[in-house]
Design a protein around this ligand. Structure first.
Ligand code: FRU
Length: 509
């Protein structure tokens, strides 16, 4: 009898101790048990946000990837549901890999597969047990209500890679073609036979029959994008309006594996970058070949934006994996049987051609008044606790330094002998987690901030994950912070008697 993979996942979840682990986050999405990696099929449905994700319930015993499923109405509390896709079909037996969602309007459901409003596209991963040869197919799951999920009977939609590419061919993003109403496009991350990375397009009218269109090219990039790494994972095209110029751009976010650019950054095993241009058929025009890391932290990968139905527009929200490949050796595997979290959703924008990310959960601020804390006062050379956050393991803090002063401040999360330090000195950010319980994939990192960005920071700390947003979203830095278990709250200091303009906090425990 075939193994009941869904039952196996439910049993693993039922016996999970993850949520009792003091390192388990309260407002970042984490797996109910086992391992989580990329966000998948993110979508907004009325008042509810749905996050699917790469989910390995039996990690580390058995590395079989499902699509997990969680929902939220406030982006702060996530409720887990049964996995939406189990890898129990001949075409996805070695994993239901990453992909995206399409939420159809009433006018679109008529011709859609199974007339279903929700269409989830993913990669079926298959490995021949004898030869280890891989087959990557692009597959469809439909849902009438986001509670019941049906694998499409005629799966796979695209049974294999196109000529000229290898089986490293995955992570479909499906979106409406704004220039041809009634037509859809699929962008797939690919590896060429010469082992360089790229992305290819397919086109469809009915979401079932997909024609290969060709490869995404960059005519104005002077060849800069042609040999960028050996594989592009999780490509995501996003339309954004520049806050300064009002101009519309197409932003390509992707994860080119195996690149080593000159200059600062790119310290992570695999990077996640973006480049800006104008999508015109198969070309990203006006992209001059410049690309930038989406997030400068130790842990960040494979982000995607939330899909919306056209009749319910809203802000462009992005969520990423606060993790990276081959970095499963975290303390939470032993203490709670789980590993990795997501970032919080971020509102995306562009400012003078550069990506801006602001956390979508900045509500409930409480000003920390002078007298009780350093707001409007000076930070001194000794560590000063932020009193409202003492004892708190889950908090947010927004700090702005006094106008006209060169920023110079430090923040310590954890105890003196086991902590993570964030230090800003002018435009130089140093993050040091070398004394923490997790530093093996990056202990200390120095980042040049955009000019002036060190004067303003928003910090989201949640048990063992921390996100730093500098300069009104100009630079994001995500990291895992396994500081001392019992040590909670946060302390501030400055060697130059830094004056603060504002200090606001939210407790989230
Ligand atoms: C990125 C990735 C994707 C793949 C998935 C498998 O982290 O490697 O390319 O679909 O993870 O879990």
């Amino acid at each position: 009898m075939a193994e009941d993979l869904q039952a196996m996942a439910l049993a693993a979840t039922a016996s999970s101790k993850a949520q009792q682990d003091p390192d388990y986050p309260s407002y970042h999405l984490a797996p109910p048990v086992g391992r989580l990696n990329d966000p998948n099929g993110l979508l907004v449905d009325g008042e509810t946000y749905h996050a699917f994700f790469q989910f390995t319930p039996s990690h580390p015993a058995r590395k079989l990837v499902y699509w997990g499923h969680a929902t939220s109405t406030d982006l702060l509390t996530w409720q887990h549901h049964e996995p939406a896709i189990a890898p129990d079909s001949p075409y996805d037996a070695n994993g239901a890999y990453s992909g995206t969602a399409l939420v159809l309007d009433d006018t679109e459901t008529d011709g859609a597969p199974e007339h279903a409003r929700y269409q989830l596209f993913y990669t079926g991963n298959l490995k021949d047990p004898e030869t280890d040869e891989r087959t990557a197919s692009q597959c469809l799951v439909t849902s009438p209500d986001l509670q019941h999920f049906h694998k499409f009977a005629a799966n796979p939609l695209i049974p294999s890679h196109a000529p000229g590419y290898t089986a490293h061919y995955r992570d479909p993003q499906v979106f409406r073609d704004p220039n041809r109403p009634g037509e859809y496009r699929m962008l797939v991350g690919a590896q060429r036979v010469n082992e360089t990375g790229g992305a290819v397009f397919y086109r469809s009218r009915d979401l079932v029959y997909w024609d290969f269109e060709g490869e995404l090219s960059f005519p104005d990039a002077g060849g800069a994008m042609d040999h960028l790494g050996y594989m592009w994972e999780c490509p995501n095209l996003v339309q954004l309006t520049d806050e300064v110029t009002g101009q519309e751009w197409d932003v390509l976010i992707f994860c080119p594996q195996g690149i080593t650019p000159q200059g600062e950054g790119y310290e992570n095993i695999f990077p996640c970058v973006y480049t800006v241009g104008v999508l015109d058929g198969l070309t990203l025009r006006e992209c001059d070949g410049s690309f930038y890391e989406v997030d400068r932290g130790f842990e960040f990968y494979a982000p995607q934006v939330f899909a919306r139905r056209p009749s319910e527009p809203g802000p462009t929200l992005l969520m990423g994996w606060a993790g990276n490949a081959s970095e499963d050796d975290q303390p939470s595997v032993d203490s709670g049987g789980w590993v990795h979290t997501m970032t919080v959703p971020r509102v995306l924008s562009l400012r003078d051609g550069r990506l801006v990310q602001r956390p979508a959960v900045s509500t409930g601020w409480e000003a920390v008044g002078s007298g009780s804390a350093p707001a409007g006062a000076e930070l001194h050379a000794d560590w000063q606790a932020v009193p409202k956050l003492s004892g708190s393991r889950h908090w947010q803090l927004a700090l702005r330094t006094a106008a006209g002063e060169r920023p110079s401040w430090g923040m310590r999360i954890g105890a003196n002998n086991c902590h993570v330090d964030v230090v800003v000195d002018g435009d130089v950010l140093t993050v040091d987690r070398s004394t923490s319980r997790y530093s093996q994939h990056g202990a200390r990192r120095v980042v040049t901030l955009p000019a002036g960005a060190g004067t303003q920071v928003e910090v989201l700390h949640d048990a063992s994950v921390t996100e730093l947003y500098f300069g009104d979203g100009a630079l994001a830095f995500t990291l895992r912070t396994f500081s001392q278990h019992g040590a909670t709250g946060v302390r501030l200091r400055s060697e130059t008697s830094q004056r603060l303009a504002t200090l606001q906090v939210v407790r989230r425990d």
